[in-house]
Write a protein that binds this ligand. Structure first.
Ligand code: 5AD
Ligand code: SF4
Length: 450
C-alpha cells in the first residue's frame, strides 16, 4: 500500500459579507480533493486565499496591506525551499483584476466570485509555471452547476446561498458590478443541499443572497422557506439581505405562519430622507418603508428588526440626517450596521456634487450609533425575565459555559453542559448587555430529543 501524501496546507482569510463566508467554505470543498486541508495560520501555508470585499474603500485597502504581509511570508517559505501560492478571490478580484497583480507581484492568481469551480484547474496551471491571470466573467449558474454537490460542515448553523447578484443599482453600491445580475438557484438544488446539511446535524440555515427576498424560483422566497421548513431536523430558518422593494405579501405572511422562520429581519433602509433615498435610487420612501414595517409587525409582532444605514451620502444635509434619526426612532431596531459613505469609483454617487466632509460623516455616524446602541440595549433588556427557546451552538469561552442564540439572534450564555450543543432548550433570561444575554435553563418543559 502506498502512503497518502501529507495534506497541503490551505489558509483562507475571509473579508466582508456572509456570502463570502459561504464562498470560502465552498472553495475549501473544491480544493479538498486536490489534497488541501484548512489551516489556521497563513505562515507556512502552501496556498493562501484572500476572499475579499470591495463594498467600501477601507475593505479593499485592507487587502493590499495583508498582501504586503503575505509577500514576506512567501519569501520566508521560499528561503526554506517551499512554495507559497497566493490567490486573491472575491469582489476586489472581480473589480480590480490584473491591477492587483501589478500592485503586488507576489500574487499568483486572481479569481472572481463566479469562477470558484475553476480553482483546481487554475491552481494546477499556476503550478505548471504559467502564471495564469483570470478575468472572471462566468455566469452564476455555471458556478453553481459546477461546484461539488457535497458539502462538509461541522457546526449547528450553516449558510446556504440561494441567490446571487443584484439589479437594483443603488447609486453608492459596487455589488451590481462585482457580483453581476440577479440569479436564483433552482429550488431542488437548494433543498438537496439543505437536506445534506440537516443530515450532518445542522439545525439552522441562513439563506443568503445579495437580494435574497428577490429569490425568483417557483413560489418565491416564501415558497422556498415553506419547503425547507419540512426538512426533519431543520428547526430554524433565517434569510439575509433583503430589499424593501421585494418584501412581498407572501413573505410577510410567512413570518406569521411558518414556525421555523425566525422572528428576525434584516431590512436595510440606508436613510430616512426621501431626497437622499431618491438620489440613492432606492425605490422606496421613508413613509413606504415605515408602512412595510407596520405590515411585518402585524404579521409577527415580536419580530426583531435590523438594518443598514449610510451617513454622509452626497448632498446629505443636517436636516436629511435628522430624518434618518427620526426614522430610527420610529422603527426601533434590535440591531443595525451603519457606515460612513465611501466613494466607490465607477458608481454614480461617486461623481455626485455635494460630497460630505469626513469630519461631518464622523460626527453623524457617532450620533447614529449612540441611538442604535441604545435601541439594541433596550431590545436586549426587554428579554430579561422571558423564557426563550435557545439553540445551543458551541462551548463558551469560560469552562462550564455554553452559548446559544435566541430566535431574535442575540447570543445567550448559560452555565450548562456542552451536551446541549445542537439542541433547542428553554432558557430564562436573567441579564442583558448590548452584545449578549445571560440566562439559566428553565426546568420545564422537558428537553426535546436531539
Ligand atoms: N459606502 C458606504 N456604505 C456602503 N454600503 C454599500 N455601499 C456603500 C458605500 N459605497 C453599505 C450599505 C449596504 C451594506 C452592505 O453596505 O448600507 O446595505
Ligand atoms: Fe447594493 Fe442596493 Fe443591490 Fe443592496 S440592493 S446590493 S445596496 S445595489
Amino acid at each position: 500500500m502506498t502512503k497518502a501524501a501529507p495534506p497541503k496546507r490551505l489558509f483562507i482569510k475571509t473579508y466582508g459579507c456572509q456570502m463570502n463566508v459561504y464562498d470560502s467554505e465552498r472553495m475549501a470543498d473544491v480544493l479538498r480533493p486536490l489534497g488541501y486541508a484548512l489551516t489556521e495560520e497563513a505562515e507556512g501555508a502552501d496556498l493562501v486565499v484572500l476572499n475579499t470585499c470591495h463594498i467600501r474603500e477601507k475593505a479593499a485597502e485592507k487587502v493590499y496591506s495583508e498582501l504586503g504581509r503575505l509577500k514576506e511570508m512567501k519569501g520566508r517559505k521560499a528561503e526554506a525551499g517551499g512554495v507559497m501560492t497566493i490567490a486573491v478571490a472575491g469582489c476586489v478580484a472581480q473589480a480590480e483584476g490584473e491591477e492587483i497583480m501589478i500592485r503586488q507581484p507576489a500574487v499568483d492568481l486572481v479569481i472572481g466570485p463566479q469562477a470558484y469551480h475553476q480553482f483546481p484547474e487554475l491552481i494546477a496551471r499556476v503550478h505548471r509555471g504559467r502564471g495564469e491571470r483570470l478575468s472572471a466573467d462566468f455566469a452564476a449558474h455555471e458556478k453553481f452547476d459546477a461546484l461539488p454537490t457535497s458539502r462538509t460542515v461541522s457546526g449547528v448553523t450553516a449558510f446556504l446561498t440561494v441567490q446571487e447578484g443584484c439589479d437594483k443599482f443603488c447609486t453608492f453600491c459596487v455589488v451590481p458590478y462585482t457580483r453581476g445580475g440577479e440569479y436564483s438557484r433552482p429550488a431542488e438544488a437548494i433543498l438537496a443541499e439543505a437536506e445534506q446539511l440537516a443530515a450532518q446535524g445542522v439545525r439552522e440555515v441562513t439563506l443568503l443572497g445579495q437580494n435574497v427576498n428577490a429569490y425568483a424560483g417557483e413560489g418565491g422566497l416564501a415558497g422556498l422557506v415553506r419547503r425547507l421548513a419540512q426538512i426533519p431536523g431543520l428547526s430554524r430558518i433565517r434569510y439575509t439581505t433583503s430589499h424593501p422593494r421585494d418584501m412581498d405579501e407572501a413573505l410577510i405572511g410567512a413570518h406569521g405562519e411558518i414556525e421555523a422562520l425566525m422572528p428576525y429581519l434584516h431590512l436595510p433602509v440606508q436613510s430616512g430622507s426621501d431626497k437622499i433615498l431618491r438620489a440613492m435610487n432606492r425605490a422606496h420612501t421613508a413613509e413606504t418603508y415605515l408602512r412595510l414595517i407596520e405590515k411585518i409587525r402585524a404579521a409577527r409582532p415580536d419580530i426583531a428588526l435590523s438594518g443598514d444605514f449610510i451617513v454622509g451620502f452626497p448632498g446629505e444635509t443636517d436636516k436629511d440626517f435628522e430624518a434618518t434619526l427620526e426614522l430610527v426612532r420610529a422603527v426601533g431596531y434590535a440591531s443595525a450596521f451603519s457606515f460612513k459613505y465611501s466613494r466607490r469609483p465607477g458608481t454614480p454617487a461617486s461623481a455626485m456634487p455635494g460630497q460630505v466632509d469626513e469630519a461631518v460623516k464622523e460626527e453623524r455616524l457617532a450620533r447614529l450609533l449612540d441611538l442604535l446602541n441604545e435601541q439594541q440595549l433596550d431590545f436586549n433588556q426587554a428579554q430579561v425575565g422571558r423564557t426563550l427557546p435557545i439553540l445551543f451552538e458551541k462551548a463558551g469561552r469560560n469552562p462550564g459555559q455554553v452559548v446559544g442564540r435566541t430566535p431574535y439572534l442575540q447570543p445567550v450564555h448559560i452555565e450548562a453542559s456542552t451536551g446541549l450543543i445542537g439542541r433547542i432548550a428553554p432558557v430564562t433570561i436573567t441579564a442583558a448587555t448590548r452584545g449578549s444575554l445571560t440566562g439559566a435553563l428553565a426546568p420545564t418543559p422537558a428537553l426535546e430529543p436531539a
